[in-house]
Design a protein around this ligand. Structure first.
Ligand code: SAM
Length: 248
């Protein structure tokens, strides 16, 4: 059988496509793209004329079966998404897990990924981090999620919509505290790339004043809680349990 190549594409700058990615996209029998029209521009730019089929959130299950059959017949397939690494807040998980369950080989062709690009230039701790995907759009759900992350000691990384970034920063200030360090990474690899690391309250005020900061594509990163805060919480929980056990 053939192999599936999971190929990372640029997150803005068209030059961020590796030589191996170009070669792979030229050689496979078919490219499964999240949006074939969107990808045509990138493919044309790199003189890649491999046929494309769509594979998106709404047809992934059915397309995965079709691709499984093609791979079993010996064809090779590349998977790409609109930007960055497939499967990272993008379709592909169902396809990859289906193929793995049939023992087929899945080969990553790594490259751009907004989470990693943002983390690498944020100045926040990078030894241990958690990627939370898109923040909930409703204020209540967002507040709840942030409350559940209050004592998280790892650096937290979120994808955020420009329409909601100000509201999210405001709730972060309330739930995580004004002084928690954070980073707003916007339009990475593009003309208006902006990466600013400051306290949550400073970031909120800046985004409020400067409407440019509420446009484009955004990754938000927040420093983890201090270990001592977590230790305090564990101690409080322990004492509470002891006290509850003593209640009549
Ligand atoms: N698979 C992609 C990756 O590897 O980064 C992510 C896809 S997700 C649907 C799109 C989100 O990623 C955007 O809403 C934004 O939060 C983030 N993103 C993508 N490109 C970006 C860029 N150039 N600068 C900042 N954030 C970006």
């Amino acid at each position: 059988p053939g192999a599936l190549y999971v190929v990372a594409t640029p997150i803005g700058n068209l030059a961020d496509l590796s030589m191996r990615a170009i070669e792979t996209l030229r050689q496979v029998d078919v490219i499964a793209a999240e949006d074939t029209r969107h990808s045509r521009y990138l493919l044309q730019h790199h003189a890649i004329d491999t046929p494309c089929i769509s594979l998106h959130e709404h047809n992934e299950q059915q397309r995965s079966e079709v691709l499984l059959q093609r791979l079993l017949k010996g064809e090779s397939v590349a998977l790409i998404s609109d930007a960055g690494t497939p499967l990272i807040s993008d379709p592909g998980y169902r396809l990859v897990s289906l193929l793995k369950s049939h023992g087929l080989s899945v080969v990553p062709i790594p490259g751009a990924c907004a989470v990693i690009a943002a983390l690498s230039a944020s100045g926040l701790r990078s030894d241990s981090f958690t990627f939370e995907g898109f923040l909930p759009s409703k204020a209540n759900a967002l507040r709840q999620q942030l409350e559940s992350l209050q004592h998280e000691t790892r650096t937290m990384i979120f994808y955020e919509s420009p329409k909601r970034v100000l509201a999210s920063l405001q709730i972060m200030v309330e739930v995580l505290g004004e002084q928690r360090l954070a980073c707003l990474a916007r339009e990475l690899t593009k003309l208006h790339e902006t990466i600013r690391t400051a306290s949550l309250v400073e970031l909120r005020d800046w985004v409020q004043r400067d409407l440019h900061q509420q446009k484009g594509e955004i990754v938000l990163l927040v420093e983890g809680a201090q270990e001592s805060q977590r230790a305090d919480k564990q101690e409080i929980d322990r004492v509470l349990q002891l006290l509850i056990a003593e209640l009549p």
